[in-house]
Design a protein around this ligand. Structure first.
Ligand code: TYD
Length: 209
């Protein structure tokens, strides 16, 4: 079975993930590879419906466990319907957020702890990214950037201390899996960030060649 590459981007609000997703897409397309660009929550028809529920500002009564399970449901569908088939075709899958978001936002941010990793084992069926870029930005700075960019969704509207817990979560993930998770200083210029990401991708390709 030929297998592609699974790349994820993570980070708080306003970290500049979309610009770098475009750069990563270019990196692989210039090598003549097929790139599938997707996101969580969402990425499938069912997932996009779940996304609307998750981000709806009116859903103020949603319990943390409900929230965690809807993110995991969206992921379960996404992995099976879209990500694994693309990887099996040998394509490059670039995903805006994956399980690390659930660990950071639900395990750390909401305080749900180990339950989140356990549920997500079933959601992913054990699929893990080949490389993850954590766009590291201070939560207060990120929030200021995100609110300048437009309306804030249900999660973005959470208080700053929630976002600092999410940040701690990402830090722990990056420390515990340095091989997979590459910390990228999101306060650098767009070009500096692109060059660092390209360096990591060159290393990854050299390792698997
Ligand atoms: P999105 O608009 O995609 O956020 P961003 O533009 O910051 O990437 O909205 C996704 C929101 O959902 C974001 O605030 C992070 C949150 N989230 C979780 O809490 N858990 C998860 O598992 C995922 C995938 C996202």
């Amino acid at each position: 079975m030929k297998r592609g590459l699974f790349i994820t981007l993570e980070g708080g609000d306003g970290a500049g993930k979309s610009t770098q997703i475009d750069n990563i897409t270019r990196f692989f397309e210039e090598k003549g590879l097929v790139v599938v660009h997707t996101r969580e929550p969402g990425g499938t028809q069912i997932g996009e419906k779940l996304r609307a529920i998750l981000l709806d500002k009116n859903n103020t009564e949603m319990s943390p466990v409900t929230e965690m399970m809807i993110y995991a449901s969206s992921r379960a569908q996404h992995v099976r319907e879209k990500i694994i088939p693309a990887l099996e075709r040998g394509e490059i899958v670039i995903c805006d957020r994956f399980v690390d978001s659930s660990i950071a936002y639900q395990a750390y941010g909401r305080g749900l702890g180990d339950m989140v990793a356990e549920v997500n084992k079933h959601a992913t069926g054990g699929l893990s990214p080949d490389i993850t870029f954590w766009m590291d930005i201070d939560p207060a700075a990120g929030r200021a950037r995100a609110s300048r960019a437009g309306d804030l969704d249900r999660l973005e509207l959470e208080k700053l201390d929630f976002h600092y817990r999410v940040y701690e979560g990402y830090k722990k993930i990056a420390e515990s899996e340095p091989e997979r998770v590459k910390r990228i200083d999101a306060s650098e210029t767009v070009d500096e960030i692109r060059d660092k990401i390209y360096g990591h991708l060159d290393d990854l390709l050299a390792r698997i060649d």
